[in-house]
Design a protein around this ligand. Structure first.
Ligand code: SF4
Ligand code: SF4
Length: 273
């Protein structure tokens, strides 16, 4: 049988324009939700992980500069995109490796994705908590295909950024995850007066990009080559547009998972005189 190597995977990855990918043994990963492996018929002691970084932004466009939501929320929800893309990849992998077991994950994963991405050589761990890739900086989503096929690929020692401090200096809460503005925009219910002020000062109705945008590696981030992230982009929302959006369209947006009330509350706060 064809060996499960980076070289043999290259034609399939290139056909899908996936240029930030790496292989590592599953045994080198940190298992965080082992039941997901068991559910997919996989064992933590054998097999391999194909780690993928999916770039999502179009950094140099005027629309991108004018948006009122985080860069990651402009395209359709990546969970939908990753499901479609990885499903197609698995069909092709099954043709080359018949009989092997393949399972796709994105976000809801049995492994620590950031650690695995760094160990697979996709990039380095930034102080802002995200993987920094060479081409797309931290503007990537992580996803992976786990298989029972063995690999000879050796894991790398995860590298970290230079700790330049720019992200910490730019962050309104000093990189304190418990007070992160991105989490605040996703909080349900009423916001306190202080929280309302923080959201208005942040200026985005969903998420926050400050720590990523000031990172020196983000200066030359390339636009995504992936068609699914280049289409159906909504940069600037209004409360009226969200109210008028049909349920199916709304369900494919990144802000849908908290329900319509949360994004509407945030937009109305920003739209207040
Ligand atoms: S997303 Fe915003 S608030 Fe959260 S850590 Fe980054 S800069 Fe700070
Ligand atoms: S801004 Fe500096 S410290 Fe923060 S992630 Fe980028 S390189 Fe690391």
């Amino acid at each position: 049988m064809l060996r499960f190597t980076a070289e043999n995977l290259q034609p399939i990855l290139s056909a899908h324009r996936l240029d930030t990918a790496g292989l590592l043994p599953l045994s080198a990963c940190r298992i965080t939700q082992g039941y997901l492996l068991a559910r997919a018929g996989l064992s933590a002691n054998e097999g391999s992980v194909l780690m993928l970084a999916l770039p999502y932004t179009m950094p140099d466009t005027a629309d991108e500069a004018d948006r009122n939501i985080s860069r990651y929320a402009v395209p359709c929800d990546y969970h939908h995109i990753a499901k479609d893309l990885l499903g197609r990849l698995i069909e092709e992998l099954r043709r080359d490796w018949p009989g092997a077991n393949f399972a796709a994950f994105a976000d809801h994963s049995p492994i620590d994705e950031r650690h695995a991405a760094a160990a697979a050589g996709l990039g380095m761990l930034g102080d802002h908590g995200l993987i920094i890739t060479p081409h797309y900086a931290s503007y990537v989503f992580l996803a992976e295909i786990i298989t029972d096929l063995p690999t000879d690929a050796q894991p790398q020692i995860p590298q970290t950024c230079s700790h330049c401090g720019a992200c910490r200096a730019a962050c309104p809460v000093g990189l304190d995850k418990a007070r992160c503005l991105s989490a605040l925009t996703q909080k349900k219910g009423e916001l306190s007066p202080d929280e309302q002020i923080a959201l208005r000062e942040g200026g985005l109705a969903w998420g926050c990009d400050r720590c990523q945008e000031v990172c020196p590696h983000a200066r030359h981030a390339a636009p995504t080559p992936l068609a699914a992230f280049r289409q159906d982009r909504l940069y600037r929302l209004t409360a009226a547009e969200i109210e008028a959006m049909d349920d199916q369209t709304f369900s494919r947006r990144a802000y849908a998972w908290r329900g319509r009330a949360v994004i509407l509350r945030n937009l109305r706060l920003l739209e207040k005189e």
